[in-house]
Design a protein around this ligand. Structure first.
Ligand SMILES: [Zn+2]
Length: 550
């Protein structure tokens, strides 16, 4: 919970008869469908505050002012058809910083859920003693400007100063570009990357309260580039170019993708030196392995955005950092390190000799997608990376790796189910989802291998074959000679399952149950609903992922 705020959440499906739902529904059901969603949501919010659950989080009057709520926008949830209306809380027409009330409505404006986080800025004089112009002067000096900050307004807010555990009335000036580096900026930060901050100034005393760093936004300097990747294919990607020197580096500001060169140093022994320098140009041409990592990361981020409507791995557009040309102590021969891995904050890619030349493990789109999807799993289900939950973690990365890599092939009959076949001169893949046994993986629960934790974390790359085969069964299901699903549908079923239905300790059976739940919601209005739900069930059953016989 955010500091200084009180929070509560209620969902329709958690409620028994005669509770919040009815008291909310009673006031809104008759006319709700005729209201616009904002009005309906506001009615629900007001009703909620009057219920016993809502009263506990209802904001008190502050100094004689009632809390007011103003809509800050409506989002349509793409997979369910529900709407979400968000509100900000105000006192004396001044917004409470960080406050948020989210009301979810069905298509008929009926209550689905409410989530509130509100503050009570008590004992704060709501009339500023400082003028906005004076606040801007404070910010200008703070950020290194000789005169005023160009073009930015100073806005009043109630702000919870966590350091001093008290509410303040402040001016906030947003998205100010620093003219001198902040103390927190690392000396190693590349030159030319502008720092943006929101500055918070006490509206009574002019004190500097906080500097809140913003994501670097360099979209205006992002330029498209083309170069060959590790497989010699032309790729298009986005770089940042310093207009004064004409030097470019692999930084895509829009997607927040950063690609670095570790210059064959040892990522295990020199962990503290990661991620290394940005891959730059000049010298020309671009490093082909780095082009693969950068362009393949771009494809994954675009897939998340367009197919799953998700903003990056963490859902908040967080950084995606990769280092190519890595080695790893104990596994390196010459410059060869035949692996790729996800570390807590970034990806590292090794390389192997193919026809006498080093080829980056970032060459393979499904391998890059696989590794990045581990990041998405970390932010959602957080499946433990051991035994069956670990095999499930591996399988979800393989499933999305294959879906992303085949994204441009609409005919599922033409899909390539091999993982990592580009990483070997012989073309032998690491795994094959359509036939796990080809690479010594089990494809049925009868062949599940009970291994100790020191054998591949209990077989996470081995038993994943069983769940992979279940996913393959589902994806290739046919009805009347036609594929029953398209790629977007299967991606969404597995995505909803991973992000909503699985926990750290889930196993294959939990995945089956979760996938069925997801399919029921996703296909609730689909003409082929029953066939699709049955296909999901059958895909798991065929590999023996079934309830134990009593
Ligand atoms: Zn993996």
């Amino acid at each position: 919970m955010a500091k200084g705020m009180k929070s509560s959440a209620v969902h329709r499906d958690e409620l028994g008869a005669g509770t919040v739902l009815e008291s909310i529904g009673a006031e809104t059901a008759e006319s709700a469908a005729e209201l616009d969603p904002e009005r309906a949501a506001l009615q629900i919010l007001r009703s909620f505050v009057g219920t016993s659950e809502g009263a506990a989080v209802a904001p008190s009057d502050v100094g004689g002012s009632h809390a007011e709520f103003k809509s800050v926008g409506i989002d349509k949830i793409p997979f369910t058809g529900n709407s979400v209306v968000k509100f900000r809380q105000y006192y004396y027409k001044v917004p409470v910083y960080g406050s948020l009330v989210t009301v979810e409505l069905s298509g008929q404006n009926q209550f689905v859920s409410i989530n509130t986080s509100v503050g009570e800025p008590a004992n704060v004089d709501p009339v500023a003693k400082l003028s906005p112009a004076k606040a801007l002067q404070v910010v200008a000096k703070w950020a290194g400007y000789e005169r005023g900050v160009p073009g930015q307004p100073a806005r009043l807010n109630f702000y919870f100063d966590a350091e001093h555990s008290r509410w303040r009335l402040v001016y906030i000036v947003e998205d100010v570009q620093r003219r001198k580096p902040s103390r927190s900026a690392q000396p190693a930060a590349p030159t030319g990357v502008p720092e943006f901050s929101d500055f918070v100034v006490d509206a009574h005393t002019g004190e500097k309260v906080a500097e809140l760093p913003r994501t670097q936004t360099m979209a205006e300097t992002s330029v498209e580039a083309q170069a060959a990747d590790s497989l010699g294919r032309p790729r298009t990607f986005f770089v940042a170019t310093d207009s004064s020197t004409n030097e470019s580096r692999l930084f895509d500001a829009l997607r927040n993708i950063h690609t670095h060169n570790f210059e064959f140093r040892d990522a295990r022994l020199q962990f503290g030196s990661l991620p290394g320098k940005y891959v730059g140009n000049p010298p020309s041409p671009w490093d082909s392995g780095a082009v693969s990592a950068h362009a393949n990361s771009t494809e994954v981020v675009d897939f998340l955005k367009t197919v799953l409507m998700r903003n990056g791995l963490d859902g908040m557009g967080g950084k995606i950092v990769s280092s190519v040309n890595c080695t790893w102590f104990g596994e390196t021969f010459g410059r060869e390190w035949r692996n790729a891995a996800r570390l807590p904050n970034q990806m590292i890619y090794g390389q192997r000799l193919v026809d006498g030349e080093l080829r980056s493990y970032a060459a393979s789109l499904e391998v890059v997608a696989h590794e990045l999807l581990h990041g998405l799993t970390d932010h959602t289900a957080r499946l433990e990376y051991v035994f069956e939950s670990g095999a499930l973690n591996e399988s979800y990365s393989d499933i999305f790796g294959i879906i992303v890599a085949n994204r441009s092939e609409p005919d599922i009959g033409q899909w390539n189910w091999e993982i990592g076949e580009d990483l070997n001169a012989t073309g032998i893949p690491l795994r094959d989802m359509s036939d796990p046994t080809r690479r010594n993986q089990p494809a049925h629960m009868n062949d599940y291998r009970e291994l100790s934790e020191d054998e591949d974390h209990g077989g996470v790359h081995i038993n994943s074959g069983i769940h992979n085969k279940a996913a393959h069964n589902i994806i290739v299901t046919k009805q009347d000679g036609q594929f029953l699903f398209n790629a977007v549908e299967v991606a969404r079923v597995f995505y909803m399952t991973l992000t909503s239905q699985l926990s750290r300790t889930s196993g294959f059976l939990d995945s089956r149950r979760g996938a069925l739940q997801s399919a029921r919601s996703l296909f609730s209005n689909d003409a082929n609903k029953d066939a699709k739900i049955a296909a999901v069930d059958a895909g798991f059953a065929a590999v023996g992922i079934v309830d134990a016989v009593a």
